[in-house]
Design a protein around this ligand. Structure first.
Ligand SMILES: [Zn+2]
Length: 87
């Protein structure tokens, strides 16, 4: 399971361009924005609509947008956690 996830990540990392949209509401949660500088040399403007939470090219960096935890871990107070408990 972990191996599959890692392979997908490698594939994504190999061919993405960094995002330069500093106004994007999802920038802290998007790998295109938060990836370390120097990994890619190209920056793109992904044409996010002004009122959109993110663009079509949004690529999660694993950080939860509700509780700021990473790698699938959530705080007890996280909205995602509450949904999972109900299910
Ligand atoms: Zn969370």
């Amino acid at each position: 399971m972990n191996q599959v996830i890692n392979l997908e990540k490698d594939k994504i990392m190999a061919d993405i361009s960094k995002c330069a949209d500093g106004l994007c509401p999802s920038k802290e949660y998007c790998y295109r924005y938060t990836a370390p500088n120097g990994m890619w040399q190209s920056f793109h403007n992904f044409n996010r609509e002004d009122d959109a939470d993110n663009c079509d090219m949004f690529c999660t960096n694993g950080k939860c947008k509700y509780c700021d935890q990473i790698n699938g871990v959530h705080k007890m107070s996280c909205a995602t956690q509450k949904i999972e408990i109900r299910l």
